[in-house]
Design a protein around this ligand. Structure first.
Ligand code: OXD
Ligand code: MN
Length: 602
């Protein structure tokens, strides 16, 4: 007869077992199914972390980096078939297909549980089952959620310790109430086979099961799975918003501060924008980071307040440099886990776009020899850093504020080579929701599939909205009705190109100039021209002093081309039609009004 799995390790490391019977029963059930050799209750302590790093080094799951160059930092190489989110294998398992809506893969919950139980049967034989208690959100926030993730991957435990507040804090917050709300997450690597890779969400059960992958976005269940897919479902039910947004603070030399939330699709520069350093011309201005990927927002006293539910950054590495994002470079200079970057001969990390010359020789992300003459990239385009948010020199002082920070402006943005101007402002909340709902962007390496294809990605939530997108749009419209002092809503596009294919806008720190105009608009001091698509700055409304930019480029990037917009409007209509009648009447009206405004100015 099989004995119960042993508690491991026995030495007092890692034992944050809650008294809550519901959690104990659930772990028992998953252990009976997966048959692990050991159970390890993680407490997130330094001692436990050191122990797990030591074990991971012995198993070659991690490589030790040069501790003088990148102290307390390690490199992990994933299976080459497992390097990005897999949207085609991500499912929302609601009782009816309609609840998941037209933008999600749907799978019937009963059948899906049966299939997954089949895959999980005996899946942890010879392995350790780790239980990770964690919270999402500052400890004293009313929005904060408790989650438990079961996993058979040490890499997941090490990453979750950076990305969440983990251990005793979650056990305490959960308490003993067997009916308390908490998320059940089960992850197993199985055999890292793309054919047996499924990321399944059961919103009604507040449960997630992820199998067959070790890639962060698929397996750090706190992030995309709980904070966005399950989070958005809970947010609608409970009257708040869970969004794929960075949150930044911007403070004037006079000490006046605003907070801004911005939704850009994956790998479109959220981390760079959240850590922006203003150019010299903006002496005395300060930008601070509350979050770089996810915002949970609630209505209070007629305003929108945001918290960052995460505790760390899981960011795209290639292109990160002291030129593009000095704060990110400082953040990842120590205490960082790197995944799928290159390893230099002196034990440092390297990637395309890092400052300085490429190394003469390195080991690439697949573990092969690499030189600058190699055809392959040294680092995978979706290689990542995982780093604690406290490493960020520009962290906002209110990041732990449970009540959140008041949001003055919301920005939507995508990667568009044409059509969409550098910045425009919505006429009102409903028009702003329309800007978000009709956002489109070129696809990136953050998910498997084609890169550079323009696709509609409403509010940057296409891969993350855990319920019917039509109901999601309506939820946004309803939230607006509760706001007496709503944030202004903007759309930005840093990526527009000119006829010769060059970027028209320098981007990065210079985006401060756009941010400044946005703040001016919030303070009712910024000028703008009315256009069919919204309020547009004229070149003299933007502070372009000391910026080396051709005036023709400025005119081009601030302008709108009527012919391109006729195509764009047809694209909006096609997108709404493709959703099969779920788009709220109010947004259909916005579409008609947009078309009518263009006709008026002909
Ligand atoms: C991410 C993503 O990792 O959006 O944040 O894919
Ligand atoms: Mn993201």
């Amino acid at each position: 007869m099989k004995m119960s799995p042993a508690i491991f390790p026995p030495s007092g490391i890692g034992d944050a077992r809650p008294a809550n019977q519901a959690v104990l029963d659930w772990v028992d059930e998953i252990a009976k199914l997966t048959e692990p050799e050991n159970i390890f209750w993680c407490d997130g302590s330094d001692r436990e972390n050191e122990f797990l790093i030591g074990e991971s080094l012995k198993e070659n799951l991690l490589s030790k980096l040069n501790q003088k160059k990148v102290p307390r930092s390690y490199l992990h190489r994933s299976d080459p078939n497992d390097v990005a989110r897999v949207e085609q294998f991500t499912f929302v398992c609601t009782p009816t297909k309609e609840e998941a809506g037209p933008t999600n893969n749907w799978s019937e919950p009963g059948e899906t549980y049966t299939k997954l139980r089949g895959l999980l049967k005996g899946a942890m034989r010879g392995r350790t089952l780790f239980v990770i208690p964690y919270i999402m959100g500052p400890p004293d926030s009313p929005l904060t959620k408790v989650g438990f993730e079961i996993t058979d991957s040490k890499y997941v435990v090490l990453n979750m310790r950076i990305m969440t507040r983990m251990g005793e804090i979650a056990v305490k917050r959960l308490g003993n109430d067997p009916n308390a709300e908490w998320n059940r997450g089960v992850h197993s690597l199985l055999d890292i086979n793309p054919e047996r890779r499924f990321i399944c969400h059961f919103p009604q059960d507040n449960a997630i099961i992820s199998v067959g992958s070790g890639y962060g976005g698929n397996v750090l269940l706190s992030k995309k799975c709980l904070a966005l897919r399950i989070g958005s479902y809970l947010a609608r039910k409970q009257g708040w918003l869970a969004e794929h947004m960075l949150i930044l603070g911007v403070e004037s030399p006079e000490g006046k501060k605003h907070y801004v939330a911005a939704a850009f699709p994956s790998a479109c520069g959220k981390t760079n924008f959240a850590m922006l350093i203003p150019p010299d011309h903006f002496k005395g201005w300060k930008v601070t980071t509350v979050g770089d990927d996810i915002a949970w927002m609630q209505v209070r006293d007629g305003r929108l307040y945001a918290i960052n539910p995460e505790n760390g950054y899981f960011g795209v590495v290639p292109g990160t440099s002291y030129k593009s994002n000095p704060n990110a470079m400082r953040s990842i200079a120590h205490d960082t886990l790197y995944t799928n970057v290159a390893l230099t001969d002196d034990g440092d990390v390297w990637w395309e776009g890092k400052d300085g010359e490429p190394p003469a020789h390195a080991i690439d992300w697949r573990g092969n020899d690499w030189t600058p003459n190699s055809k392959e990239k040294a680092a995978h385009p979706n290689s990542r850093f995982t780093t604690p948010m406290r490493n960020n020199p520009a962290i906002d002082s209110d990041v732990e504020k449970g009540g959140g920070v008041p949001i003055s402006a919301i920005i939507f943005g995508g990667r568009r080579r044409d059509t969409v101007p550098l910045v425009h402002e919505a006429f009102d909340w409903a028009h702003g929701v329309y800007l978000g709902a009709t956002m489109a962007s070129e696809t990136t390496a953050a998910a498997t599939g084609a890169v550079g294809k323009v696709r509609h990605d409403p509010m940057a939530m296409l891969p993350f909205c855990g319920y019917n997108i039509g109901d999601y749009f309506q939820h946004w419209l309803d939230i607006g009705k509760r706001l007496t002092n709503p944030p202004l809503i903007f759309n930005v596009n840093w990526f527009r190109k000119g006829v010769t294919g060059q970027f028209l806008w320098p981007g990065f720190g210079e985006n401060m100039r756009v941010l400044k105009w946005i703040i001016d608009r919030c303070e009712q001091t910024g000028g703008a021209l009315k256009s069919p698509i919204g309020w547009l700055p004229s070149p003299h409304d933007l502070d372009l002093a000391e910026l080396d930019i051709d005036h023709k480029c400025v005119a081009e990037i601030l302008g709108i081309d009527h012919e391109e917009w006729q195509k764009e409007i047809a694209g909006h209509k096609e997108f709404f039609d493709s959703l099969g009648g779920v788009v709220p009447e109010e947004l259909q009206k916005q579409l008609e009004q947009l078309a009518a405004r263009f006709k008026e100015c002909l």
